[in-house]
Design a protein around this ligand. Structure first.
Ligand code: PHE
Length: 356
C-alpha cells in the first residue's frame, strides 16, 4: 500500500519532467531544468534523500524506481541537449553568413595627376631616344631667362611672355618698368639650355622638364604650367635631325601615324625657327572647334640654335650647331584626353582627377 503511494508520487515526478522537457527551446533553459531535477538541490536528488526515512520494505523498490527515473531523465536531457546544440549552431551559421554581394569598405588609393602621367610618357619617349634629363631653377634671373637667349632688354619678344617679377631692384613695379628687374619666375624652360651649356662641352642631348610661369589665365592658360625643353648640340646637326626627332616623338606620344607640319616662325634663340603642328585627330583634319577649323593643331616650338646663343656660352659657332624645342605638357595632355579647359588640372576636383 505504502509502496504504491510512493511509486505514484515518484512516477508523477518523471511525467512532470517529460512535460517540461517538451517545452524547452534552448540550452540555457535546458540547464535550468537539469538543475531543477538532477542538480544538487534538484527534485530527484531530494527524492533520493527521502529514501532514508522510508520503511525498509519499500525503500528498495522506491530507490530502484527513482534511480531508473534518474537514468531516464539524464539520458533525455543529454538527447535534448544534443538536438538543441545542433539547432543553435546551424542558427548561428545562418545568421553569421556574409553577403559577399554587399559593396565593401575600401581605402581610396591616390593616383597620378594627368599632367604627371603625360610628362612621364614624354620623358620616356626621349629617354628611349638617348636623351638625358636636366633640371634648372624655377626662380631665375633676367640673364638666363632672357638675355642669354638673345632676348635683349628692349626686344619685343619679351612681350610674348608676361613675366612674374620677384625683385624689381627694390623699387615697386609702379615706379619702374619690368626691364629693371633681375629676378623672376622663369617663363619657359629655355634657361636650362644656357645653364647646361655653361657647365658642359658638346656633344649635348638632353631634355629639361619643369614648371614655368606667366601672367596669364583663361580657358587655355594657367599662371603656372609645364614645359619640356629639348636641346641637341654636336658638330653635325641639321634641321633634318630636328624633323626626325620631333616627328618620331609625336607619333609615339599620340600613338598614331599623324600628319606633322613645320611652319616658319620666330624665336630669338633659334634661327631658323619653326612651330610644329599635328593634323587634327578629332576631326580627321576636316575642321572642328579644337583645330579652329584649320585641320591643324599647334603643338610645339623649335628651331636651330641661334649662333648668338652659342656665343653667349662660349661655344665655337664654326664647329657646333644644334637644335632646340619646347613643348607645353598641359596642351599635350588636353589633346590626348580631350580636355577642353586647362583650369581643370589645378582645381583639385577629385571627380575630375579620379578619371585618370
Ligand atoms: N621657349 C619657347 C616658349 O616657351 C619654346 C621654344 C623652345 C622654342 C626651344 C624654340 C626652341 O615658347
Amino acid at each position: 500500500m505504502e509502496t504504491k503511494e510512493h511509486l505514484t508520487q515518484y512516477s508523477s515526478l518523471k511525467d512532470r519532467f517529460l512535460e517540461e522537457l517538451s517545452l524547452i527551446k534552448s540550452t540555457v533553459e535546458l540547464n535550468t531544468l537539469r538543475a531543477r531535477y538532477i542538480g544538487k538541490n534538484g527534485a530527484v536528488t531530494a527524492a533520493l534523500k527521502t529514501l532514508a526515512g522510508l520503511p525498509t520494505e519499500v525503500r528498495g523498490s522506491v530507490g530502484k524506481l527513482i534511480n531508473e527515473d534518474k537514468t531516464l531523465i539524464t539520458t533525455a536531457l543529454k538527447e535534448k541537449e544534443d538536438i538543441l546544440k545542433k539547432q543553435e549552431i546551424s542558427k548561428k551559421i545562418a545568421s553569421d553568413k556574409i553577403d559577399i554581394t554587399l559593396p565593401g569598405y575600401y581605402k581610396k588609393a591616390g593616383g597620378r595627376h594627368p599632367v604627371s602621367i603625360v610628362m612621364k610618357e614624354i620623358i620616356d619617349v626621349f629617354v628611349s631616344m638617348g636623351f638625358s634629363i636636366e633640371e634648372g631653377p624655377e626662380v631665375e634671373t633676367d640673364y638666363y631667362n632672357f638675355e642669354a637667349l638673345n632676348i635683349p632688354k628692349d626686344h619685343p619678344a619679351r612681350d610674348m611672355q608676361d613675366t612674374f617679377y620677384i625683385s624689381t631692384n627694390h623699387i615697386s613695379r609702379a615706379e619702374t618698368s619690368h626691364r629693371d628687374a633681375d629676378v623672376l619666375l622663369r617663363t619657359h624652360t629655355s634657361p636650362v639650355q644656357i645653364r647646361a651649356m655653361q657647365r658642359t662641352t658638346p656633344p649635348l642631348r638632353f631634355i629639361a622638364p619643369g614648371k614655368v610661369y606667366r601672367c596669364d589665365s583663361d580657358i587655355t592658360h594657367t599662371p603656372m604650367f609645364h614645359q619640356i625643353e629639348g636641346l641637341v648640340v654636336d658638330t653635325n646637326i641639321s634641321f633634318a635631325n630636328l624633323k626626325a626627332v620631333l616627328e618620331g616623338f609625336l607619333q609615339l606620344v599620340f600613338d598614331r601615324n599623324l600628319p606633322v607640319r613645320f611652319r616658319p616662325s620666330f624665336f630669338p634663340f633659334t634661327e631658323p625657327s619653326t612651330e610644329v603642328d599635328i593634323g587634327c585627330f578629332f576631326c580627321e583634319q576636316s575642321g572642328c572647334r579644337i583645330c579652329k577649323g584649320t585641320g591643324w593643331i599647334e603643338i610645339l616650338g623649335a628651331g636651330m640654335v641661334n649662333p648668338k646663343v652659342f656665343q653667349m656660352v662660349g661655344y665655337d659657332t664654326e664647329r657646333y650647331c644644334g637644335f632646340a624645342f619646347g613643348i607645353g605638357i598641359e596642351r599635350v595632355t588636353m589633346l590626348k584626353y580631350g580636355i577642353d579647359d586647362i583650369r581643370l588640372f589645378y582645381e583639385g576636383d577629385l571627380r575630375f582627377l579620379r578619371q585618370f
